[in-house]
Design a protein around this ligand. Sequence first.
Ligand SMILES: Cc1cc2nc3c(=O)[nH]c(=O)nc-3n(C[C@H](O)[C@H](O)[C@H](O)COP(=O)(O)OP(=O)(O)OC[C@H]3O[C@@H](n4cnc5c(N)ncnc54)[C@H](O)[C@@H]3O)c2cc1C
Length: 424
Amino acid sequence: MADIIRCNLAIIGTGIAGMAASIFAAERGMSVAQAGNTGMLAYTTGYFDLLGAIPASEEGGKAVGVTNPFESLPALLAANPEHPYRFVDETDMRAGFRAVTSFLSDAGLHYVTAESGNFEVPSPAGTLKRTWSVPSTMSPAVNMLADAEECVIVDFAGLKGFSARQIAANLSPGRAGLRSETVKLPGKGGEVFTENVARMLETPKGRESFAEVLAPVVGDAKWLGLPACLGIYRPDAVLQDMQERLGVTIFEIPTMPPGVPGIRIKEAFEEAASGMDLHLFRQQKMVYEGKDGDLFKLRVVGTSVEREIRAERVLLATGRFLGGGLSGERTGIRETVLGLPVEQPESRSGWHRLDYFDQRGHAVHRAGVRYDETLRPLGENGKPLDARLYAAGSVLAGADWMRMKCGAGVAISTAFKAVSNMTD
Ligand SMILES: Cc1cc2nc3c(=O)[nH]c(=O)nc-3n(C[C@H](O)[C@H](O)[C@H](O)COP(=O)(O)OP(=O)(O)OC[C@H]3O[C@@H](n4cnc5c(N)ncnc54)[C@H](O)[C@@H]3O)c2cc1C
């Protein structure tokens, strides 16, 4: 017979929403069982977006960039009344971001969060991206962009999907004094992966040889932009050490996914989990098996020792198609854990518009579970399926995070609101 774990809350999913929910539950003294794999976290740039754009409302229209997310919330909701932000307010958003970023800071990953307006920072392609909270190893890019002194952006021979030349070219119209260089890393023939470089830079010897390779191309530059690779566990300390060795101000630029920023967050969370009242089942799934009296019955599957969970409450934080919470099938979009009704176009032909680049976005990206104002999923009858079942993150209908640049914001603020609703 499988071991039974009893807890206040079962969290299904370990992406940004699941991780944030665990942090909020721990703050409220709840015992938690949680399972999932890396989800979209593996793809994150490290930037935590709150609201970066409002999609076009009319055919042929243009999306509008957002300077101040809170000032733009009414416009977002007027044009997109089904967005999950209708049930969270500025206080929830700020409190959620504060708790998550201070948790990550305590775990060695410092974040710099905007107070009033979005930061503008380089994307992996060198275009400018508006975002709300930025790893402190990336935040110096904000001052670099406002400066005019020489800046060199460096990539590595053998590193795919990150081109210093492309980034410098894309940033150049608005920022003079940029140049690009490619260096060959010591002992690295063939393809280079940033995760391996990051692990190498955890050691002083690795940093010493990295500095020797970089020094000739840095020259007199004031700024140095590198692909996100400055260590896994203590990136601020690695950055500081490299700055001292090279006499230059360094900033990281995210790489194409999967990248080091997601690995950092995942490892920081898993490390901190050992000090929490949390049974964390990494790279495993939970299946729902019904109720045992008032308690939810779930089973953790994926290893030889299966575990049974009896939970007072459940939070569904299973993400969308990449995370596994939604599945696109011939008959439509299905919610995978509980078979919940999914808000979606009537037929597959409504999933996408004809023009891929249509600035209104595609209906498939807004599909998700329906929910009430307390973030409880709704059943077929339009009523909450269970008083103690909640959902958070990208599994919720109504947010096209790709167009609206609101991925981490929806995950963090709805997780905050759902956990608050459980305990209020
Ligand atoms: C390429 C790319 C770049 C992005 N860049 C940014 C960015 O710069 N800024 C930003 O804010 N956002 C970005 N996003 C969006 C952001 O990553 C997502 O919005 C966010 O991760 C959603 O979090 P989530 O927790 O809701 O879902 P997910 O991260 O998908 O997590 C879902 C979790 O549920 C788990 N799960 C599913 N089914 C089960 C089950 N049966 N049992 C147990 N677990 C289960 C999965 O394993 C996973 O752990 C990016 C996304 C992508 C793909």
